[in-house]
Design a protein around this ligand. Structure first.
Ligand SMILES: O=C(O)CCC(=O)C(=O)O
Length: 250
């Protein structure tokens, strides 16, 4: 679905990306309506093979050059990609801005697991005094805070799969519908998973997993052969409450 109301930057950048990467990328993805109910949606073939190959080569240099995994939105190619995602995925509100992109690479050489959790922190420009804010922290030179739940509920995370991710490659596992419980305590999370079950999100090259950051999720170590490269974007409303401002907004 093409968007007439995307920002001029988004339109210009998407056009540039299409120009760079060929005409086979004109497809626009229709998103089913149960995203809000389940809290996640798998969208195949968002990127053509040639585009995924271009992304892989950007990552070879950019991931090292940026010196960190959370700073990619400061790279031009990554901002272009964020605009392209907003253009192609109708579940990202057209007025939302990209606020973060984290690079995850999981392989036999860089192996890790993540216990069940929700993503509760957002990157902001500076600290402000407001008692509805908590959990201030700093990572890779950026300030993070836990905003009110209403902010977290509005966010859309988009995981771009640069490689295929099979069950043995340490895919993310999500607990359907768990984003509807607001903030979940560490003790409640395993119980909610036991009751609701979990879905293993295998993925193909060029596919996208969209999810609400409040969705309970986890992942195991890999025992497979994939590099399992994922670009994890977060999109949010342009304006924040409590005097907060985004660190980056694309
Ligand atoms: O990519 C993964 O395996 C886990 C990522 C994750 O837990 C997160 O983004 O919060």
């Amino acid at each position: 679905m093409s968007r007439g109301d995307a920002s001029p930057l988004a339109q210009a950048d998407s056009a540039r990306l299409r120009g760079q990467l060929g005409s086979d990328v004109e497809q626009h993805c229709m998103i089913s309506t149960d995203f809000d109910e389940k809290g996640y949606e798998f969208v195949p073939d968002v990127f053509a093979e040639s585009e995924s190959a271009s992304l892989a080569s950007e990552l070879e240099t950019a991931a090292t050059k940026s010196g960190g995994t959370r700073t990619l939105l400061r790279e031009r190619w990554c901002r272009v990609l964020a605009c392209t995602l907003r253009d192609r995925l109708s579940l990202i509100p057209s007025t939302h801005v990209a606020v973060q992109c984290t690079y995850f690479e999981k392989s036999a050489f860089r192996n890790w697991l993540v216990p069940i959790h929700q993503d509760l922190s957002i990157p902001v420009a500076e600290r402000v005094g407001d008692e509805s804010l908590s959990g201030w922290s700093e990572k890779e030179g950026a300030i993070f805070v836990q905003p009110p739940v209403s902010v977290l509920e509005a966010l859309v995370a988009v995981r771009v799969h640069v490689d295929a991710c099979a069950a043995e490659d340490g895919p993310i596992r999500v607990v359907p519908g768990s984003h509807r419980f607001g903030r979940i305590g560490a003790q409640q999370a395993p119980e909610i998973r036991r009751v609701r079950g979990e879905v293993v999100c295998e993925a193909t090259v060029g596919s996208v997993l969209a999810m609400r950051p409040l969705l309970l999720h986890s992942s195991m170590k890999t025992s497979g052969a994939s590099m399992r490269r994922v670009l994890h974007f977060v999109f949010g409303p342009a304006a924040l409450p409590c005097g907060l401002e985004w660190r980056d907004a694309v």
